[in-house]
Design a protein around this ligand. Structure first.
Ligand code: LRH
Ligand code: MN
Ligand code: MN
Length: 387
């Protein structure tokens, strides 16, 4: 069996933040399927997220999305999280579901609409102060559908100005994390389409502004690990939104579509000093449209753990020697040897040695929790993406 002794402490320190919205119903623009047991409010979402941590020991915090997770008292929600052994993490703003933002939010040409979007971010910062969250994550749907529709250069200037106002409001221990995405919902141009644009804005903002890399937000064929290496080199990689994509922003289970890509990304994170580094938050951004949500999240964090273990097993000294010697196939072989190592039996044993069940998927399935929520949570409105 693979010996994990040398990488045990790195594995033990791993923490992956879960998105509250992964526990609500979601779907495509064609259909949102309801599923039994779906949380009816943010408290129930947190309870479900805590189950993932109970069985994996990997997911100690939960990201919120505002207004999807608005509650009367964030102090109560925070206490509920802590009672369940987790904390509240990143606060995500939302300027993509309001008619006023049809032509843009913080980039809009109308100063009143821009101010409304800025005020929403101020409200998110108020939430952060109550939840004890460090990061404000901003993803903007802003963009245009047709060439000439708006002045794309002026929109950059308005974006910079709005971001500066938001950044001025965050506390000394808080961060602004700017997420990019190459298209959707805008189809001609997007105002923050790529890592370079996000980097340019976060550099202009200052030391507490970082880039968020969502793995689903790139054109097919993009070398994402190169972006990871570059952002770490520049000290601006703030967080990941992990998920898998086959086509566009599919938000499928991380590691499901291309485990080798996940391995390559995590290898560059390790190479760049980003693993278990508080400056680089590992988060999931996924939806479970057809599968059960809690097991979907358990599978996801286990996939990240498995690829982390494999990437940690790369013999970096041998790799460096082969690279220096110009040994093309030797260097590639060293990387592939680690990738092809099946770490699952060793990880099961490692979990047991730490008081966890070796097989978190089965342990959850046998726990009775799923049956209980499916029986108990009748009535009320199921929470969902956008609700
Ligand atoms: C945008 C995005 C962003 C949102 C989330 C729901 O596609 O990745 O992170 O907050 O989806
Ligand atoms: Mn995302
Ligand atoms: Mn996305």
């Amino acid at each position: 069996m693979t010996d994990l002794t040398d990488i045990s402490s790195a594995l033990a320190a791993q923490a992956i933040e879960l998105p509250s919205w992964a526990f609500g119903n979601s779907g495509t623009r064609f259909k949102v399927f309801g599923s039994p047991g779906t949380p009816r409010d943010p408290f129930e979402k947190i309870s479900d997220a805590a189950q993932v941590n109970t069985y994996t020991g990997l997911a100690p915090s939960v990201a919120l999305h505002i207004p999807w997770d608005l509650v009367d008292s964030f102090a109560d929600l925070r206490k509920h999280a802590e009672d369940n052994g987790v904390t509240l993490g990143t606060i995500n703003s939302n300027t993509f579901q309001d008619d006023d933002y049809k032509l843009g939010s913080v980039t809009h040409s109308d100063p009143k609409i821009r101010q409304k979007a800025i005020d929403h971010h101020f409200a998110c910062i108020d939430v952060m102060n109550e939840t004890g969250s460090r990061d404000l994550k901003i993803w903007l749907a802003d963009g245009t559908n047709y060439p000439g529709q708006d002045d794309i250069r002026a929109r950059q200037d308005r974006l910079a100005d709005s971001l500066a106002k938001i950044y001025a409001r965050i506390g000394a221990d808080q961060r602004l994390v700017l997420e990019y995405k190459f298209f959707e919902p805008a189809f001609y141009h997007t105002d923050v389409p790529d890592w370079g644009t996000s980097y340019a804005h976060t550099v202009a903002l200052g030391d507490r502004a970082f880039v968020c890399l969502d793995t689903g937000h790139h054109a097919p064929g993009t070398n994402i690990e190169f972006i990871v290496a570059q952002l770490l080199r520049l000290g601006k990689l703030g967080s990941f939104d992990f998920n898998s994509r086959f086509y566009a922003d599919d938000d499928l289970i991380v590691g499901a579509a291309d485990p080798f890509q996940l391995f390559r990304i995590i290898f560059e994170v390790i190479r760049g000093g980003g693993l278990n580094n508080p400056e680089v938050a590992f988060m999931l951004d996924q939806c479970h449209n057809i599968e059960k949500k809690i097991p979907g999240q358990i599978r996801s964090v286990l996939n990240v753990q498995e690829m982390t273990a494999r990437a940690l097993l790369v013999d970096r000294n041998a790799l460096a020697a082969a690279q220096e010697a110009g040994d093309v196939l030797g260097a590639n072989g060293i990387l592939m040897d680690a990738f092809y190592t099946d770490v699952r039996p060793a990880l099961a044993e490692w979990r047991e040695s730490r008081g966890l069940d070796g097989d978190p998927m089965t342990a959850y399935a046998l726990s009775g929790y799923q049956e209980k929520i499916e029986a108990d949570r009748v009535g009320g409105t199921q929470a969902g993406w956008g609700a």
